[in-house]
Design a protein around this ligand. Structure first.
Ligand code: SAH
Ligand code: SF4
Ligand code: F3S
Length: 473
């Protein structure tokens, strides 16, 4: 039993990070543990968590488990959770309630919670007090140890918790079962050292650890050989890539080397404005396999609030960077994240956020009401804005965002754009769907033969969230 500790998670150690290629092992005995058993995994949160779930699936399949998409049939249920906002918590505990019910009729079912919520001391305490019917809890730093954690829980027949508060090394031999045949997630770094005052990620994911370029390039080359068309380089703050490596090798170098592999499409998330260098913009503009799509969270337009958030840039700096990107990569689509109702945000501060939106006219944005997270500096700041006011601001902001999103999409009407066709649309099986280089969702009237290909599509109609088009042969 190893329980997380918030104070430990808040620290940054000077421990040097090792690259390990043989840390993950499954003993012969455990390889049969899941024989004739089904697992179900539900993933919350960001792309990083999606990718962790792909690792977890492969580990479980190494133990002979097989995947089911029906929770009611599963012998093993895992919730890979997100801690970023309070509502993520509520959703997970709602699911845990369903699992309790399910275990009443299927008592042999093993159920577990992993991911970012499991890294929270307060959540684990709550689980120990109220949800002892769960079987396993493990965190983001020891996914590779899942076979042993599972085995211990099965042997003890009681709740087994193994959550490490401090990150470990970079492990290079964890298997992966990818959800998509054409697009792949590729981790380039783990953790985050930015410590934005509202954000829990630096505590749930540990200090920044970059993977070495050789392993990343190798992974991309293998994906290319396997027929993948697109890679998304993942990190909480990808522009800081390499800053923790012993060699002088940064994000612009990595982008260039990944581009040289010749893979069709390269994306990267998420960019922090502070680390976005001119060299990076140059590289993006020089290689046409680096997609003209940049997610560049601004969070707020008020310098006072940006400072309280610990974002380390000003509104002016953000707008300058935005314009520089647009100048060098003219067709780039730029999206953002915005938080409203941060402690101390006045009407005037909020209006400055609206000003940035008016100035940048984003292609899209994820917008959130500030959610206080235990252990973060903002948790202790006085929150004097009423929930009605927060809702009003969110509503007003979304209205503006949608207007610009629609306007940006309208520019695509009658244009011919490249689309990577991924499959049949969930909503209408007469349509295929895919994304443009600028990450616009397109529904296409076409035949299945195009699935997995990048084809030219003429846009025939446009909505706020998607567009329709026809393949141009
Ligand atoms: N690493 C990314 C952000 C990851 S979290 C970056 O720095 O841009 C995704 C988004 O969730 C953030 O951009 C922020 O807008 C939002 N977010 C994070 N913590 C939050 C909180 N406590 N309350 C509300 N929104 C939050
Ligand atoms: Fe959180 Fe800031 Fe790190 Fe993004 S950069 S993960 S918002 S601390
Ligand atoms: Fe959520 Fe953890 Fe990602 S908190 S946003 S799943 S890094």
């Amino acid at each position: 039993m190893i329980i997380p500790n918030l104070k430990e998670a808040q620290k940054r150690t000077k421990n040097s990070v090792q690259i390990k290629t043989d840390e993950y092992k499954v003993s012969e005995e455990l390889k049969e543990l899941g024989k004739n058993k089904l697992y179900f995994i539900k993933t919350y949160g960001c792309q990083m968590n999606e990718h962790d779930s792909e690792n977890i699936k492969a580990i479980l399949e190494d133990m002979s488990y097989q995947e089911t998409y029906d929770m009611d049939k599963a012998d093993l249920i895992l919730l890979n959770t997100c801690a970023i906002r309070e509502n993520a918590h509520n959703k997970v505990f709602g699911m845990v309630g369903r699992i309790k019910h399910l275990k009443e009729t299927r008592p042999h079912v093993i159920a577990g919670v992993c991911g970012c919520m499991a890294q929270e001391e307060s959540v684990v305490k709550e689980i120990m007090e109220k949800y002892r019917f769960l079987d396993i809890v493990f965190g983001t730093h020891n996914i590779h140890n899942l076979p042993n954690i599972l085995n211990t829980s099965l042997a003890k027949k009681e709740l087994e918790i193994e959550v490490l508060s401090i990150e470990g090394d970079v492990l290079e031999n964890i298997p992966v079962k990818r959800d998509n045949k054409y697009k792949a997630w590729v981790n380039i770094m783990y953790g985050c050292d930015k410590f934005c005052t509202y954000c829990i990620v630096p505590y749930t994911r540990g200090k920044q650890r970059s993977r070495t370029p050789e392993f990343i390039i190798d992974e991309v080359k293998k994906l290319l050989q396997d027929g993948y068309k697109e890679v998304t380089l993942l990190g909480q703050n990808v522009n800081a890539y390499g800053k923790d490596l012993a060699v002088d090798y940064k994000m612009e170098n990595l982008l260039e080397d990944v581009a040289k592999t010749g893979i069709d499409r390269i994306r990267f998330v998420t960019s922090h404005p502070w680390d976005f260098t001119d060299k990076m913009i140059e590289v993006i503009s020089q290689y046409n396999n680096i997609m003209p799509y940049i997610h560049l969270p601004v969070q707020s337009g008020s310098d006072k609030i940006l400072k309280l958030m610990g974002r380390r840039y000003t509104k002016e700096h953000y707008i300058k960077l935005y314009k520089k990107i647009k100048e060098l990569v003219p067709n780039a689509a730029i999206t953002t994240d915005i938080i409203v109702g941060f402690p101390g945000e006045t009407e005037a501060d909020f209006n400055e956020t609206l000003e940035v939106v008016n100035e940048c006219q984003f292609d899209g944005a994820f917008t959130f009401i500030f959610s206080p997270r235990v252990g973060t500096p903002a948790f202790k700041m006085t929150d004097n804005i009423s929930i009605e006011e927060k809702n009003n601001r969110l509503y007003k902001l979304n209205d503006l965002i949608n207007r610009y999103s629609n306007e940006a999409n309208q520019k695509y009407l009658d244009k011919i754009v490249p689309v990577l066709i991924e499959g049949v649309s969930d909503k209408n099986d007469k349509f295929l769907f895919g994304y443009t280089d600028t990450m616009k969702l397109v529904n296409i009237e076409a035949y299945n033969k195009y699935i997995g290909q990048i084809v030219n599509v003429k846009i025939t109609s446009v909505k706020t969230w998607s567009m329709n088009g026809k393949v141009v042969e």
